[in-house]
Ligand binder design. Structure first.
Ligand SMILES: *Cc1c(COP(=O)(O)O)cnc(C)c1O
Length: 472
């Protein structure tokens, strides 16, 4: 396109006043603030100018007022939409960190309305009529469920590890196995957290083997803590040795040193009983003699984002008194969600049924098959449709860095993209409202019904139907 054509195109762009005077905009102004509409108009006009200058517009019809108004309306809707939105998780990764990890139980959600819209006894002792502690709302139940001496909670497990190290080992040394210097997604790395806490990390052993004597030989007057980190998101196999927690705890007792385990994904229910691989429960870790254990609220526990600290009373109280706690403290809505989730654990059978993370992990294959078949029927695309729909076997993941090698057998609804590519089909699902997040494998789009909630099944089916219709 020549310079002259560009000038003609630029002059053809409708002016702001003309757009504002249109019926379409008047209509939008009834439901949207004027400032938002103006912002959308300016953005759309700016985009058009830029595209003309780079030769991206060839059809002058794209500059007709009707075409521009359509763009403005789309932009207004885009700007007005909340940024944080619900999505449908069809990935089969249960505690998907990018999709908000655990979803909360119905009973937890029910309590939000009454508490969030009013005042509460968050830090108020109703019996004494004076200032109380926010931690009492979960400390009792945590102690009851785990037999821990004391408990407290902070913003997340990263914060729990940081504040524990800062309190117990700042300016001193922490001994940790080289095989446990883990990185969890999103920049949580043991050596970095250690540095931030002001503690000096003393690495012992090798990548694959660490013996009890490696710890013992590193103990000096400067030693403040023996740390064990649960290698939750990977496994070292082959010629390996890790010191069992019970032995480390015994060593700690002999030298008068506290032993802490960063458990990562704390679980209260023995998943072994359901044929799932070994993940130590919080109760076991405490029974093996850990003085302190920290874990997340939103991984296998299935609650809100939180960091839970359990253990010896003197240590927990020292952590509670740390100034840093003011910056890492847990918010009241989180506390509410955590308390209500924990209350469900009083009856493990109820916990498994009511806590979505556990329920999804333990969903039997037969049920998943039925669910997948029913989704396929609801999609209802037969022979000759633009998309092929079939069922196939696959596996789901726990996610959140828990049980990394565990493949949970599942049933997938597979979409053969026909004339589209699998990538563009995945993108179309993602661009829907609500977005459907699926995975692409072997040139097909796979929907794992394990993480699709019952109420979402029709929406997924309708979304796929609409995309297939649009492909004709
Ligand atoms: C997940 C994890 C963390 C971080 O927990 P967040 O709750 O995400 O802050 C720390 N340590 C281990 C071993 C973990 O698995």
């Amino acid at each position: 396109m020549g310079n002259e054509d560009r000038q003609i195109f630029l002059r053809k762009i409708p002016g702001v006043d003309r757009l504002l005077g249109s019926e379409e905009i008047q209509g939008l102004a009834r439901t949207h603030p004027r400032a938002l509409i103006l912002k959308a108009i300016h953005q759309v006009l700016e985009d058009l100018r830029a595209r003309i200058l780079e030769g991206g517009i060839e059809d002058p019809k794209d500059l007709d007022i009707a075409a521009v108004l359509t763009k403005v309306r789309e932009r207004v809707e885009d700007l007005a939409r909340p940024s944080l939105r619900p999505v449908i998780n069809a990935t089969g990764v249960v505690a998907h960190t990018n999709l908000g990890r655990s979803i909360l139980a119905e009973r937890v959600i029910d309590r939000f309305r009454s508490l969030a819209g009013g005042y509460s006894n968050l830090e108020y002792d109703l019996k004494e009529g004076r200032r109380g502690s926010r931690y009492v709302h979960v400390e009792g139940i945590l102690r009851e469920l785990t037999s821990a001496e004391a408990a407290m909670v902070v913003n997340n497990n990263a914060a729990a590890v940081l504040i524990a190290l800062e309190t117990l080992a700042k300016g001193r040394e922490v001994i940790v196995s080289r095989g446990q210097l883990v990185e969890i997604g999103g920049s949580f790395r043991i050596p970095d957290v250690m540095r931030k806490s002001g503690a000096t990390m003393i690495e012992v052993g090798t990548t694959n083997k660490t013996h009890l004597k490696d710890y013992e030989e590193a103990i000096r007057p400067e030693t403040a803590l023996l740390l064990k980190v649960h290698t939750s998101n990977f496994q070292v196999i082959g010629f390996t040795k890790e010191v069992p927690l019970a032995e480390l705890a015994e060593l700690g007792r002999r030298y008068g040193l506290p032993v802490m385990e960063d458990l990562g994904s704390g679980c209260f229910v023995d998943l072994d009983a359901f044929g799932l691989s070994r993940e130590p429960t919080v109760q076991e870790v405490l029974a093996q003699g850990a003085d302190l254990v920290t874990f997340s609220g939103d991984k296998l526990l299935g609650g809100p984002q939180a960091g839970i600290i359990l253990g010896r009373r003197d240590l927990v109280e020292a952590i509670r008194g740390n100034q840093l706690n003011r910056a890492l403290r847990i918010d009241k809505l989180t506390l509410l969600a955590l308390e209500e989730t924990l209350r469900l654990y009083r009856d493990p059978k109820e916990a498994i049924q009511e806590i979505p993370t556990l329920r999804m992990i333990l969903q039997p294959l037969e049920e998943l098959r039925r669910k997948a078949r029913s989704l396929m029927d609801m999609i209802g695309l037969g022979e000759g449709a633009a998309l092929g729909v079939s069922l196939c076997d696959g596996s789901s993941k726990v996610g959140g860095g828990a049980l990394p090698l565990l493949e949970l057998p599942t049933c997938l609804v597979c979409l053969d993209p026909g004339k589209m590519t699998a990538q563009s089909l995945e993108k179309a699902l993602r661009a829907s409202d609500p977005p459907v997040i699926a995975r692409v494998e072997h040139e097909r789009v796979m929907l794992d019904v394990r993480t699709i909630q019952t109420g979402e099944m029709t929406i997924v089916a309708q979304t796929i139907h609409r995309i297939a219709r649009g492909m004709r």
